[in-house]
Design a protein around this ligand. Structure first.
Ligand SMILES: O=C(O)c1cc(=O)[nH]c(=O)n1[C@@H]1O[C@H](COP(=O)(O)O)[C@@H](O)[C@H]1O
Length: 225
């Protein structure tokens, strides 16, 4: 089985990103590039990282706009041949359908459900009643009906979503090896638990990138899986 760990390269410096990548390259299965990196380096930066790593690229742009604009954005990133792209499930069914239709044939389009930095109180403050579990299940159903490949959710929900959506593709961030700092993440589990519960991809950033020894951290995480 291929390594499910995608390293989140959340940094604006291209050289630092490539340096980190070269250290941990053989202990990860893919690279996640999000807004921080993409807004700083755009297409050119994505191509450099893809070329330097030779690994699949997860372009985490969390698209969330009217269907026409999101479909246009998907077409604009087509040339980068990302393996995975994110949209927000709360953008609605038509937006997700159009995003999927505009994506490349080999690109998985997954919907962010409820950010792992939020808990039930945060959800209530946005006007959504119920538990994170209910909210994630509802949005997962919507994403599946829109023809998406899967969703992004926390490791606290992935087991339940996996039971409901047997062939879905599940991206799980908010992962923290036992004893590591949670930071801004609220719904965390260990990488091992997320994998055992059905995660297809494990997104890990700071537990590797901010470790005193990133290579040792990546090796240790790999050993737990
Ligand atoms: O879409 C994501 O990847 C994502 C969704 C989510 O709900 N929570 C979340 O943390 N992420 C991303 O996953 C990564 C987590 O980073 P660390 O908390 O440093 O491991 C960041 O790049 C986030 O942008």
């Amino acid at each position: 089985m291929s390594n499910p760990v995608y390293l989140a390269l959340d940094m604006p410096q291209l050289d630092a990103a490539k340096d980190l990548l070269s250290k941990v390259r053989s202990h990860i299965g893919g690279v996640k590039l999000g807004m921080e990196f993409f807004y700083a380096h755009g297409h050119h930066g994505v191509m450099e990282v893809a070329h330097a790593s030779g690994l699949p690229i997860f372009l985490d742009l969390k698209l969330h706009d009217i269907p026409n604009t999101v479909a246009g954005a998907m077409q604009s990133i087509h040339v980068l041949e990302p393996a995975i792209v994110t949209v927000h499930a709360s953008g609605g069914r038509a937006m997700m359908e159009d995003a999927k239709a505009a994506a490349g044939e080999n690109c998985k389009v997954v919907a962010v459900t409820m950010l792992t930095s939020l808990d039930e109180n945060d959800l209530a403050r946005t006007g959504v009643a119920g538990t994170p579990h209910d909210h994630v299940m509802r949005l997962a159903e919507l994403a599946e009906s829109a023809g998406l490949d899967g969703i992004v959710c926390s490791g606290q929900e992935v087991g339940a979503v996996h039971k409901q959506w047997k062939h879905g593709f599940f991206v799980v961030p908010g992962l923290r090896p036992a004893g590591s700092a949670g930071g801004d993440q609220k719904r965390t589990v260990t990488p091992r638990k997320a994998r055992d519960d059905g995660a297809s991809v494990l997104v890990i950033g700071r537990p590797i990138s901010k470790a005193a020894d990133p290579l040792a951290a990546a090796r240790e995480i790999e050993a737990t899986l």
